[in-house]
Each structure stands twice: as structure tokens, then as C-alpha cells.
Design a protein around this ligand. Structure first.
Ligand code: CDP
Ligand code: CDP
Length: 223
């Protein structure tokens, strides 16, 4: 197998992208890049600095001065914005509710896409998001499109929030996930769509280990 592949993992919210991408990166000894965390970090900073979330010019200005840094940690990675550890803060429901609006702004997409492409230049990377196989890394050697039913994805998020002590309503989560899917799939720039050469993996009734095994098999078979 080649040693410096680009592996793109796309799909809707809670399909299992980051959990699985992290494990695949670990098995291959590759870098892992969670692009959703970048959009979340920008959303966090915009809310902090009271920048209107649909104001492209104001977000562009915010981005020119913003420093987003990822640092590997035992349980994945830590995210810092201008030196502040925002790893937990960017997962809060307030960010999940607002991130799709920020992610639809052209200057935000341009700036983050450029950063992601720079990170992937030398290969040896597993990157997860919504538009990695279509826009960020169109020549990636491996493209996976992870899906799962809305019900299953809401349940996964519910369990995750409960474990963090966050009080949530399952039907509310279902609605939020369906709405975010819709916003992400219908936006004008880099919408969430399966790349023509991506392999679809339905994770609805698969365990994390089964999904990881499936992806490793796809990577080894084709490279
Ligand atoms: O973890 P979850 O699936 O909830 O979402 P995420 O991967 O953290 O991404 C959060 C949001 O960022 C998504 O709903 C998209 O609106 C946006 N995003 C994007 O537009 N493009 C990407 N490559 C990654 C995330
Ligand atoms: O990154 P994305 O939003 O696609 O999903 P994730 O954050 O990796 O996964 C959401 C939750 O689903 C996590 O708590 C995972 O442990 C869980 N999960 C699962 O139960 N079964 C899978 N096959 C994949 C993920």
C-alpha cells in the first residue's frame, strides 16, 4: 500500500465520521483533520465577538485575525482559537445550531478550504467533513461517504450529550439533524453531496469497529 494517501471521509451529522476517521488515521499512522471542528471554531469566535453570522464581509475580517490550531491529544485532538482551548465549547448545542449558517458563507469556505488543502499537501492524512471528496481534495485516492438513518444519528447524538450531562430531547435532536442535513445539502457553495467516485458505507446497523474494518479493507484493496 502507498504510504502517503489522502483519505476523504464525508457524510451528514453523526454518521460516525470523526470517530471512524480518527481510528483509521491511527491505524495508518496518518494525520487526522476534522474540518467540521474548523467551521465550529469560526462559529464560536463569531458568537464571542458578536459578529453577525450571515455577514460575509465581517466574517472575512474575523478570519484574517483568527488563529485556529489543532493539537493531538490522547482522546483525539484539542482545538485552540487564539490560544484558548475551545475543544469542549465548540461541541455545545448553541454551536451546532448556528454552524451551518456560518459554513454557508463564501469567505469562510474559501479560507478554510485553503487551510485544509495546505494541511493535506504531503498526503498521509485522513480528513473528514462534507465537501472533502468533492471540493477540498478532489484527487484523493480514497473517498468514503458515510451515511446512517436520521433516527440512528439522533440517537447517537442523544447518547453523546447525555454522557456529557447535557439535557436534550430526542425528537428535538432529530429535527435539528434533519434541518442541518437540509441546510448543508442545499447550500450553493460546496453542498453535502456524494462525490461520483466515493464509496458509500451505511453505518446504521454497524458498530464503530465494523465501519473501521470496512474502510481499512477499501483502502487496502484499492491502493
Ligand atoms: O459532528 P457533526 O457531524 O455534527 O458536524 P461537524 O462535522 O462538526 O460539522 C459541523 C458543521 O460544519 C456541518 O453541519 C456543516 O455545516 C459544516 N461543515 C462544512 O460545511 N464543511 C465541512 N467540510 C465540514 C463541516
Ligand atoms: O463526525 P460525525 O458527526 O459524523 O459522527 P461522530 O461524532 O463520529 O459519531 C457520533 C456518535 O455516534 C459518537 O458518539 C460515536 O461513538 C457514535 N457512533 C456509533 O454509535 N456507531 C457508529 N458506527 C459510529 C459512531
Amino acid at each position: 500500500m502507498k504510504s502517503n494517501l489522502q483519505v476523504a471521509i464525508d457524510g451528514p451529522a453523526s454518521a460516525g465520521k470523526s470517530t471512524v476517521a480518527k481510528k483509521v488515521a491511527h491505524l495508518l499512522d496518518y494525520v487526522y483533520c476534522d474540518t467540521g471542528a474548523m467551521y465550529r471554531a469560526v462559529t464560536w469566535a463569531a458568537l464571542q465577538q458578536k459578529v453577525p453570522l450571515d455577514n460575509d464581509a465581517a466574517l472575512k475580517e474575523l478570519l484574517t485575525n483568527l488563529k485556529i490550531v489543532f493539537k493531538p491529544a490522547d482522546d483525539g485532538q484539542k482545538v485552540f482559537v487564539d490560544g484558548e482551548d475551545v475543544t469542549a465549547a465548540i461541541r455545545m448545542p448553541e454551536i451546532s445550531k448556528n454552524v451551518s449558517l456560518v459554513a454557508a458563507q463564501i469567505s469562510v469556505r474559501e479560507a478554510l478550504t485553503k487551510k485544509q488543502q495546505e494541511l493535506a499537501l504531503d498526503g498521509g492524512i485522513v480528513m473528514d467533513g462534507r465537501d472533502i471528496g468533492t471540493t477540498v481534495l478532489p484527487d484523493a485516492e480514497v473517498k468514503i461517504f458515510l451515511v446512517a438513518s436520521v433516527k440512528e444519528r439522533a440517537l447517537r447524538r442523544f447518547r453523546e450529550d447525555q454522557a456529557k450531562g447535557i439535557k436534550v430531547d430526542l425528537s428535538e435532536l432529530e429535527k435539528e439533524i434533519a434541518l442541518r442535513d437540509k441546510k448543508d445539502s442545499t447550500r450553493l457553495i460546496s453542498p453535502l453531496v456524494q462525490a461520483k467516485d466515493a464509496i458509500k458505507v451505511d453505518t446504521t446497523s454497524l458498530t464503530i469497529e465494523q465501519v473501521v474494518a470496512k474502510i481499512m479493507e477499501i483502502i487496502k484493496k484499492n491502493n
